[in-house]
Write a protein that binds this ligand. Structure first.
Ligand code: AMP
Ligand code: GLY
Length: 422
């Protein structure tokens, strides 16, 4: 298959790695990619948010499948011109991507579909927000309504901080004040063709910058899969996945279909498992980063076939996805100053050494080549992935890998998957 992947993160490197692992002779191109992706497959410098250019490139190059990695191009509507030209695309339309791009849209869909989520109060003014904060009480959850690059959500006991956050994001549109939900977080992905869904295996992401879940929210500092504690609570991973499919994924996909905006692509269900049951905290319209880095290495079913079946409305004919009985752990290396103000341009050492270890792979996010050297070009620089027969082994491998890599001022968490590796 001739596949064009849009994006430049470790998530896209993980997608490319999974496609290459199929050994099916796919011709894969990535736009724009990064230094690590460019070492594996050809890259082209097309702006992934430019739908007209992407569609033209896909037509000229007889692309069989376009896979959209990040949210920004989806929310800009990159999938629409590609789909209009008859090219299968794995990624929702601009209209359906509102599920990620607008919290109020997502809450409305959940409401219509009867999907369990934290009670939201929409605020258009600071007076509304203040009332909502006082009605709902602490801990306070305040979310920017639109896309905010990981900075839109504040969870705090500090009423003044919650008000300041609301005031800041009100300048850019509305905010949502939400009921606080307590419990373990799960990221569960579903492939959707607009009508049917197929589940992947759950993962857990570490969103905070520092060990012990301290510090600011980030795009994600590490992840692991599978989640052994789900088996204890639900009897099996399959039982949990079935429940989320019935309670969350299918009703959401069917509601969007009913409204004439079918969701074709990857539905990311961000969940909290509370004492009262599963609740949605957010939807994303694409694979999670870094969760993808631990889910795809375990996927047995060929990824290209699943994505093509979804993109062409044939998921009903596809069997359930299967996963190897292996575990994976990823640790993200971030630049000094991330997430506020990352220092870039610094040289990375030891990447090849880490990648040569048994069961270790290094997926690149913000890397480039400068004067012949591999350098960090952004906040989250790379994801070191360890795979093994169990979480303990996978974790040890990921940390052996990251120990070989040096980046001046680089930051990583030391406690990813620690509590499940005892
Ligand atoms: P989001 O960007 O929506 O994923 O939110 C970022 C993080 O904020 C989540 O991963 C949760 O840890 C936390 N969060 C979001 N909504 C809630 C909520 N209603 N209750 C508790 N924590 C939340
Ligand atoms: N890791 C969280 C996300 O991809 O949104």
């Amino acid at each position: 298959m001739r596949i064009l992947v849009l994006g430049s993160g470790a998530r896209e490197h993980a997608i490319v790695t999974a496609l290459l692992a199929e050994d099916a002779g796919h011709a894969i191109t990535v736009a724009p990619g990064n230094a690590g992706i460019a070492a594996d497959v050809p890259v082209v410098s097309i702006d992934p948010t430019n739908g007209a250019l992407v569609a033209e490139y896909a037509l000229e190059n007889a692309i069989d499948l376009v896979v959209v990695g990040p949210e920004a191009p989806l929310i800009e509507g990159v999938a629409d011109p590609v789909r209009t030209r008859g090219i299968p695309v794995f990624g929702p339309s601009k209209a359906a991507a509102q599920l990620e791009g607008s919290k109020s849209f997502a809450k409305r869909i959940m409401h219509e579909a009867g999907v369990p989520t934290g009670r939201p109060v929409f605020a258009a003014t600071l007076a509304d927000a203040t009332r909502a904060l006082d009605d709902l009480g602490a801990p306070h959850v305040v979310k920017a309504d639109g896309l905010a690059a990981g900075k839109g959500v504040l969870v705090t006991d500090d009423r003044q901080a919650a008000l300041d956050h609301a005031a800041y994001w009100l300048q850019y549109g509305g905010v949502v004040v939400e009921e606080y939900l307590d419990g373990e977080e799960v990221s569960l992905f579903f492939v959707s063709d607009g009508h049917d869904v197929r589940a992947l295996s759950p993962a857990q992401d570490a969103k905070r910058l520092l060990d012990g879940d301290a510090g600011p929210n980030t795009g994600g500092m590490g992840a692991y899969s599978p989640l052994p504690w789900l088996d204890e609570r639900w009897g099996s991973e399959a039982a949990f996945v079935r429940e989320v499919e019935e309670l969350v994924a299918l009703p959401t996909v069917r509601q969007l279909e009913h409204e004439g905006t079918p969701f074709v692509g990857l539905l990311y269900c961000g969940l909290i498992v509370t004492e009262q049951g599963v609740r949605v905290i957010e939807f994303n319209a694409r694979f999670g980063d870094p969760e993808t880095q631990v889910v795809l290495p375990r996927l047995e079913t060929p990824l290209s076939e699943v994505m093509l079946a979804a993109a062409t409305g044939r998921l009903a004919e596809a069997p359930a996805l299967t996963f190897r009985a292996e575990a994976a752990v990823t640790v993200v290396l971030a630049s000094e100053g991330y997430p506020e103000n990352p220092h870039t341009g610094r040289v990375l050492h030891g990447v090849d050494d880490a990648a040569s270890l048994d069961g270790v792979s290094v997926l690149h996010a913000a890397t480039g080549i400068l004067d012949g050297e591999l350098v960090a070009t952004g906040g989250r620089v790379l994801s070191v992935v360890g795979v093994g027969p169990d979480l303990r082994t996978a974790r040890a491998r990921a940390y052996d890998g990251i120990a070989r890599i040096s980046l001046h001022g680089g930051q990583h968490r030391t406690d990813i998957a620690k509590k499940v590796s005892a």
